[in-house]
Design a protein around this ligand. Structure first.
Ligand code: SAH
Ligand code: SF4
Ligand code: F3S
Length: 465
């Protein structure tokens, strides 16, 4: 799942009319798309309590920081932010500060002990209790709720959509994870896997589509094990595709050991299910995969890739790779590089192994790869990934691709940034004065770098208006 750091702000259009603007909340989000989606749930819960939202931490009455614990570095960033929030609290003593999300769940009351600036600690299954926790703080006590649940899916809570343009939306279809990948903290921070009732997902997709959202991403740590009654992931995709015919449907993350051909078949048979598959491999060495407890071999993985490309010849396949996992030899690492080439990944997210306390790997295997070796391996992964992305993007030159426009391009505001149906990033020249976010265009691709395609609008497919 792609990681991003996002600050989110209530959109005036979404949050009015407000019963009261007395209390203003500021929410800052770190980590994966799931966390981003959770922040929208939290905003929905606060909105129902009468909170307004501000993009400016300095004028907030309540600051919530939705945290990630996936690597040590993710947590270091949060400690830094807490120092800044402490400086705000000196100026505004009534300010309430809450740490929520995965780091809150991992550290529990240790967070309150080590950071006295923190008033509230709430884990991913505790968001319903936030109004109560805030009241507890207002009456002078610290507040903590970190119980994990086997049932909570927040199915009945209306998220407050916080993206600046009404173009893309997330729907969490399940929570938690039952896989025990030995390096991973997620099962400890998000608990047991549970699927949200399919009817509520389909309804939410239908509503988003009717509201004009052009891209809907279904989220779960392991979407292939989605199951509610007799509805499995492929059925869910089909139902969502039919309920939201004007939206492009994406999903993440797929697990190589669980992804069924049925899912690929379903994607191939609906025009709005996008052929973008994020399929984390982690390592190309069977010995390392076994220590990681991933449940597949490199060969099995490559067969899955062949199957994907057979059903979906236009598929964009991305992956996650961890370098420097416990005991990774140079030969293990070279197996990862060769697997990258054999799989012809279109995009790769890469990470240096970071030991997480309490995980199987931390208990069983020493974190024995020196930082400089991890760094050097990471650089080699990056170089190979760029070469593969460039090759992949170059195959698009000269073609016309459907593109969903997202926002003005960063480099030149006359251009617009968007994504192809299969998920490649595109810059559309001179589009800003003619089109708006949410428009779907046919774009003629002229150039390609490893990061993006560049082209011009050759035809308008349809517009969001
Ligand atoms: N559920 C997804 C990914 C969740 S975390 C899956 O099954 O793959 C996103 C990515 O972070 C993982 O795919 C992995 O590559 C990376 N990651 C997880 N734990 C890590 C750790 N301890 N050190 C470094 N990278 C890690
Ligand atoms: Fe972590 Fe593995 Fe679950 Fe992904 S599938 S969240 S890597 S335990
Ligand atoms: Fe996501 Fe980070 Fe938690 S990657 S699930 S926010 S540990």
């Amino acid at each position: 799942m792609a990681l991003a750091h996002t600050r989110i702000f209530g959109q005036a259009a979404d949050i009015s009319p407000l019963p009261s603007l007395l209390y203003k909340a500021y929410i800052e989000t770190y980590g994966c798309q799931m966390n981003f989606s959770d922040s929208e749930l939290v905003a929905g819960i606060l909105h129902a309590e009468g909170y307004g939202f501000t993009p400016d931490a300095e004028e907030a009455d309540l600051i919530l920081i939705n945290t990630c614990a996936i690597r040590e570095h993710a947590e270091e960033k949060i400690w830094q932010r807490l120092k800044y929030f402490q400086s705000l609290k000196r100026k505004r003593p009534h300010l309430v500060i809450g740490v929520i999300g995965c780091m809150a769940e991992r550290l529990k009351k240790k967070l309150l002990e080590e950071a006295p600036v923190v008033d509230i600690v709430a884990g991913p299954d505790s968001y319903r209790h936030l109004p109560h926790l805030i009241r507890q703080v207002e009456s002078g006590a610290k507040a903590i709720h970190v119980l994990l649940s086997r049932e909570e899916t927040y199915a009945d809570i209306a998220p407050l959509r916080l993206s600046p343009h009404r173009v893309s939306a997330y729907i969490s279809i399940m929570r938690g994870c039952n896989n025990m990948c030995s390096f991973c903290i997620v099962p400890f921070t998000r608990g047991r896997e549970r699927s949200r009732p399919w009817e509520t997902i389909v309804e939410e997709a239908r509503t988003l589509s009717e509201q004009g959202y052009r891209e809907i991403t279904l989220l779960g740590q392991n979407v292939d094990s989605y199951q509610d009654k007799d509805v499995r992931f492929a059925d869910l995709l089909a139902r969502v595709a039919a309920a939201a015919p004007h939206s492009w449907i994406r999903f993440a993350t797929s697990h190589p050991k669980d992804m069924l051909d049925e899912v690929l078949e379903t994607i191939a048979s609906y025009p709005n299910l996008t052929p973008y598959i994020h399929l984390p491999i982690q390592s190309g060495s069977d010995a390392v995969l076994q220590r990681m407890n991933r449940g597949y071999t490199a060969d099995w993985y490559l067969h899955r890739i062949e199957t994907i490309r057979r059903y979906l010849p236009q598929a964009v396949v991305s992956t996650d790779i961890i370098v420097g996992f416990c005991g990774e030899t140079e030969a293990d690492f070279e197996a990862t590089l060769s697997l990258m080439r054999a799989a012809r990944f279109d995009a790769v997210y890469h990470f240096m192994y970071s030991e997480r306390p309490g995980t199987l790997a931390a208990r069983r295997y020493p974190d024995d790869i020196p930082p400089e070796v991890k760094q050097e391996r990471l650089e080699r992964v990056i170089a190979t990934a760029q070469e593969l992305s460039l090759q992949s993007n170059r195959t698009q030159i000269g073609t016309d691709q459907p593109v969903l426009l997202e926002k003005p391009a960063r480099r030149n505001p006359e251009d617009m940034a968007g994504r192809t149906f299969s998920g490649r990033s595109v810059v559309v020249r001179k589009a800003a004065s003619l089109y708006k976010p949410g428009d779907i265009l046919s774009v003629h691709i002229q150039e390609a770098s490893s990061a993006t395609l560049i082209g011009y609008a050759s035809d308008r497919f349809s517009s969001s208006a």
